[in-house]
Design a protein around this ligand. Sequence first.
Ligand SMILES: [Zn+2]
Length: 139
Amino acid sequence: MQMNPAQLAGKARKAMQFAHAPYSNFRVGAALLSKEGKVYTGCNVENSSYGLTICAERNAIFKAYSAGVHDFKAIAVVSDDPGFTPPCGACRQVLIDLAGDIDFIMVNSKNQLKIMTLKRLLPYAFTTKNLTRTKRSRK
Ligand SMILES: [Zn+2]
């Protein structure tokens, strides 16, 4: 099944309704598209111990990995912000490490889209390649 960025954004907006954001009141929804065309959604889930909060993007990719899916095309992220919501640093690291250089589709409250690659959002990233090189050099 093919899905365009606007359709993926619609799935992210649906996921946003489940956001649990009583502290920030900043609701976020994400929809991650696998190479086979399946969509994994996530929302932010906050915690009274703030550091244990998880973002929508990481919720979506961990859900996909939990289902054995490791290959992706794009992720759409929606919030109530009239501007675009870029991923936080933790999500940039997790996404480029677990999904690679896929498209990151930011969707504002007016349903306008801004698409950037993860490599553009996180240049010179630390990934599994760094670990592989270190293992090789120890032999
Ligand atoms: Zn994040």
